[in-house]
Design a protein around this ligand. Sequence first.
Ligand code: CA
Length: 145
Amino acid sequence: MIFFYVPPKVDHPRVTAAITAAEQHTSGEIRVVIARHRAADPVAAAKKQFERLGMTRTAHRNGVLIFLAPRSRTFAVIGDTAVHEKCGDALWLELTAAMSGHFKRGDFTGGLVHGIERAGALLAVHFPRTAGEQDQLPNDITEVD
Ligand code: CA
């Protein structure tokens, strides 16, 4: 008998719904990228995707990217310049610690949803949604090789 490691499936509709719900209350944009490869340096990989996906081009520079590499169980949460200015580091550390707990148990969907909800709440405080706000970045998960 041969066993292959198959990363647990991520529930895409649930993650997308969480992003859509979170963005109802903020002008901030939350995006999730899942890497099929292992990422030994998730922060560097996340920064690369942040640029590649044009996330630095939001109107208020308040995009947040959650990058997850299930194969290596590594992840990073990256915020654009305005997010760094307004949102304290302590809250982000708390957010990533909670996500880490989910990921270690292999609960990738739960970890992503938790991160999205907390990031959304944080963004809503500092970047409340204003009338006529457009969705600037897609809410569905982007998968990269
Ligand atoms: Ca969006």
